[in-house]
Design a protein around this ligand. Sequence first.
Ligand SMILES: Nc1ncnc2c1ncn2[C@@H]1O[C@H](COP(=O)(O)OP(=O)(O)OP(=O)(O)O)[C@@H](O)[C@H]1O
Ligand SMILES: [Mg+2]
Length: 540
Amino acid sequence: MAHSKPLLVVAIDIGTTYSGYAFSFQHEFLADKLKITTNKVWSDGDNHLQTSYKTPTSVLIDPYGDFHSFGYEAETNYSQLAKNKEEKNWLLFRRFKMNLYKSQVSMDLEISHGPDIPSLSMRYLYMRKAALQSGILGDQLAISLEPEAASIFCQSLLANSRSDDEFCDADDISRNGSRYIVVDAGGGTVDTTVHEVMLSGDLKELHKASGGGWGGTQVDDQFTELLSRIFTVKVMKEFGKHHKSDWLELEKEFEINKRRISSNDEQKFTFRLPASLHETFSFQSKCSLEDQVAESGLSRDVRLTGDKMRISGKVMQSLMKPTIQKISTHVETLMADPKCRGISHILLVGGFSESPLLQEEFRKNFRSVNVVTPLDAVLSVVKGAVIFGHRPGAIGIRLAAFTYGIRSLSTFVDGEHDPDKLIMIEGERKCKDIFYRFVSVGEEVPYGMETSEHTFSPTYSGQTKMRATVYKSTVTKPKYTSDPSCFKLGSFRVDLPDLTGEKNREVGVKFIVGGTELKVKAHEKTTGKIFDATFNFVTK
Ligand SMILES: Nc1ncnc2c1ncn2[C@@H]1O[C@H](COP(=O)(O)OP(=O)(O)OP(=O)(O)O)[C@@H](O)[C@H]1O
Ligand SMILES: [Mg+2]
């Protein structure tokens, strides 16, 4: 994808809760940027959830440790196995992406020793094999940031005459100088970016990408807590352990109900309670369920009749509000930042942003700006990523998220350098671990920007190779690469086969930045050979 004009761009969005893909060929893109193919409908059995453009990020592994199925299919298969009490030795992985950041295991998630889950998911999407064959791990792979992709998608919508059908009320975010915040509210995280439209129509980043773990699954966790309040923690634990398929059904019911939550207090939400939950309760508890509900203080808002549970709008709102509040507070902080002065719009994208309550709260909290949602809020990320693949320069200027540099040696200066860093090399006093800076945090970096070249020389006369070790740091001017603010990104080797010139041989190094990747190029001047390596520029 990093090639200037790829023939085909395929975007794969492996989300915390839902995954999807989209693609377009170059000739399609040239004719119409929005001619992007997505999977039409993922079938979710009988539930008919509205958003079936993405499928759950769930992987079912069979008892031999092999991939069995993915998405709705995996969940349905697992439910069926559980119903027949045959699920033992099968593993259903759900929401594993967040486990990459934290080690919290949800009630029905089983973690095992092994398989490489993210790549198994890719394989399901018919991509992994093709990706490896076409060398996707090389320069054909590009990382796209979710809110950036959504921003690019919205700009394309507006540039297209069809915009009226698909986008409401975002008339002027494509004008030169327009400034807006994009909020991608997903399942696991909420990611934000702030953009300004430049004269060229490309986008300039005004504030470093930021966000937090305030996605829709926090609301799911609140629902689990509510159930634990109603039925007790002990009962819910037992229920989750022994009646997995019923638990999955209950979660699905919540998913459907959750999407209806609005600020209307009169709303009522009905859940069908599985018989197994009643049974577990009767088995574990001495009191009646009615008494238990009364004890939990919820009897006015939670009614249990037969196999039905009715929950008031107020309580359902209360499950969502704390999470919405966190997102709102974060956006307030961005709005208050002087760098973001003049914001006229907030663009809400991602599945969670389709929540009527979230939209209402945002409209209430941010009256001075327009809060807009593209109709395809869920797909705007993956579609935008396709457009980004065709035009990686659509984000014309980024802000460096970190300071980037290379570990180097310099002549040791008493009083300036730390005595711990002193080393003797061929009789000379040198200071090791110097952070040689190429890009500083917060610096504006235009797409494809090349830094000026800095020349490094071998340490020893007979040196036949040199290692370029690349670091990033959270501070503007790190002194040593061993400082706590620094993190090693990786390294690559530069061969120095020709010894002519000994220690005076020169290797010119420069950084190429401004995309989502950082490329480091080393030019060995005696032979003229170029060595390079690519690192991640935008994410943590
Ligand atoms: N109408 C709606 N109302 C409330 N929540 C919704 C609605 N539609 C989807 N969601 C929630 O949005 C989340 C899914 O959004 P999305 O598909 O953008 O996330 P993701 O890509 O899986 O997650 P992430 O980007 O954080 O990795 C789920 O938590 C889902 O319950
Ligand atoms: Mg997402």
